[in-house]
Design a protein around this ligand. Structure first.
Ligand code: 4AD
Ligand code: MG
Length: 464
């Protein structure tokens, strides 16, 4: 008999004579003649209550059905006389699939701290909070794919192993080849070859961004996006940075900075709208227990156009606001998280897109504006987080791009294939990168990036 997910059982229209529920026991309560089990199977936030009569032949097993145990219950789905849930299961058969020692099981029926739960990342998906976070993660990923598909973008895959630091986005992780260890122990590597031969003799890194390859694909497919893991070896211990994170990078031809801003805003608002709608119970949990005001903030994001200001205007706003910041504010300096948050949270009270940054603080590939001082870059800043998205119109003029590469002290020959895209059929194009974990922090109100990804990769987190 096929099992019914708890989510389906709880939304049944009519009673079901024979139903099978499998899941993990959250609590067991013994009363006179009966035991009550609260079972969760991950399909939704809610548990289903199962009533086990002591007259059942299987009742003897009940003493081992503790919090954390896995069970298989067959029985009847009936209307629940108690208030709360509409349905409950009257068990006809109970099988203990996997016991859990009551003393040793780390997840007891109480509120655990996020710090503690990080030390048991392999078990935390069984809590309400992390179950909800990971369901939202799945739904958000789906909504992103949906959005791009509806707009005619192709999903492309760009490499994870790369030979160059094309981007300059951050410190890279180097990949090395280790000798295979055979049954007879570790063979001796060819002399002088031990850690130098990276990718079969070539230097090899983990990618910091799929952008440059996505640009190449957009120059053939027109509209593309990547959705993949990226790696940055910044040893910074912040709540918003991870060494491994997932990035969504659309890249589209025949597009300028305005098209880029429109796409970033439409994507963010569409995904927020759909996740609010489809993960209502999970979002409500976060609104109640993690971040009061979350739902209201998300509705504002979904329902109102984002503000837009040039970098120059943003600097003026920050200078004039009278607030004391830790970092200086001046044209030519990058905005820090405190500045970004002030703009989005306090000044505008909603997301704001800052555009036309000074070229001195942005990457070489961003299109130079006519003022020769700024580039057609844009960042989407959101309340509580700061930078959610970074993007730009790309420099499509060969001579200007070569000049910018030289200005940064680099050799244009290293970018021969990227420059080819400007030599042959170059067109205006644009794109951006959305940090998926930052989006999830926005969607859940979770304040630490370590808690929106099942197994975070931050300094000190490599065990799971
Ligand atoms: O602003 P970034 O560095 O931009 C790029 O990498 C471009 N190549 C993207 C593009 O135009 N295709 O990163 C883009 C986004 C940031 O806005 C932020 O949301 C996220 O990626 N991000 C991080 N998220 C988690 N941990 C980190 N260490 C991150 N670094 C960037
Ligand atoms: Mg950025």
């Amino acid at each position: 008999m096929a099992r019914t997910p708890v989510a389906d059982a709880l939304t049944a229209q009519v009673p079901v004579a024979h139903i099978r529920i499998c899941g993990w026991v959250r609590t067991r309560r013994d009363a006179k003649g009966f035991s009550f089990l609260e079972i969760n199977d991950g399909s939704c936030l809610a548990n289903i209550q199962c009533i086990v009569d002591e007259a059942l032949p299987d009742y003897a097993a009940i003493k081992d059905v503790n919090t954390g145990a896995a069970v298989d219950v067959r029985g009847e789905l009936v209307e629940s006389p108690g208030k709360g849930q509409k349905w409950e299961v009257r068990a006809a058969a109970l099988t203990l699939l996997g016991g859990a020692d009551a003393e040793a099981y780390p997840l007891q029926k109480k509120r655990h701290s996020d710090e503690f739960l990080r030390t048991i990342a392999h078990l935390r998906a069984r809590t309400n909070k992390f179950g909800a976070a990971f369901r939202i993660r799945s739904e958000a990923a789906y909504a992103i794919h949906e959005f791009f598909r509806e707009r005619g973008f192709f999903h492309v895959h760009t490499p994870i192993l790369t030979g160059s630091d094309c981007e300059g986005a951050g410190e890279m992780f180097r990949v090395t080849t280790l000798p295979a260890s055979g049954a007879s122990g570790t063979p001796v590597p060819p002399s002088g070859n031990r850690f130098e031969a990276d990718f079969f003799g070539k230097e090899c890194n983990l990618t910091v961004s799929g952008q440059l390859e996505a640009e190449a694909l957009a120059m053939g497919l027109g509209k593309v996006y990547t959705f993949g893991p990226t790696f940055r070896a910044e040893n910074s211990n912040t709540a918003r940075h991870a060494a491994e994170f997932w990035m969504i990078e659309p890249e589209f031809a025949f597009a300028d900075l305005n098209d880029d801003m429109e796409l970033a805003e439409a994507m963010t608002r569409t995904v927020v709208t759909r996740v609010l709608e489809r993960c209502a119970a999970d979002i409500e949990l976060f609104d109640r227990f993690v971040d009061n005001g979350l739902i209201e903030r998300l509705r504002t994001i979904a329902g109102q156009p984002f503000a837009r200001v040039s970098y120059r205007e943003a600097i003026e706003l920050l200078k004039a606001c009278g607030k004391k910041f830790d970092y200086p504010v001046s044209f030519g300096l990058d905005l820090q998280t405190e500045h970004e948050r002030y703009l989005a949270e306090e000044h505008f009270g909603k997301p704001v897109i800052v555009y036309n940054y000074p070229k001195s603080i942005k990457a070489f590939y961003m299109r130079l504006n006519d003022d020769n001082e700024t580039v057609a870059a844009m960042d989407v800043l959101v309340p509580r987080i700061g930078e959610l998205i970074g993007g730009s119109q790309r420099e499509e003029r060969l001579d200007v791009l070569e000049g910018r590469i030289r200005e940064m002290g680099q050799n244009p020959d290293d970018y021969w294939w990227y420059l080819d895209l400007r030599r042959f059929g170059s067109v205006p194009h644009a794109g951006f990168g959305l940090g998926f974990e930052r989006l999830l922090m926005l969607l859940t109100g979770i304040a630490n990036i370590r808690d929106v990804v099942p197994f975070p990769r931050t300094p000190g987190n490599l065990e799971f």
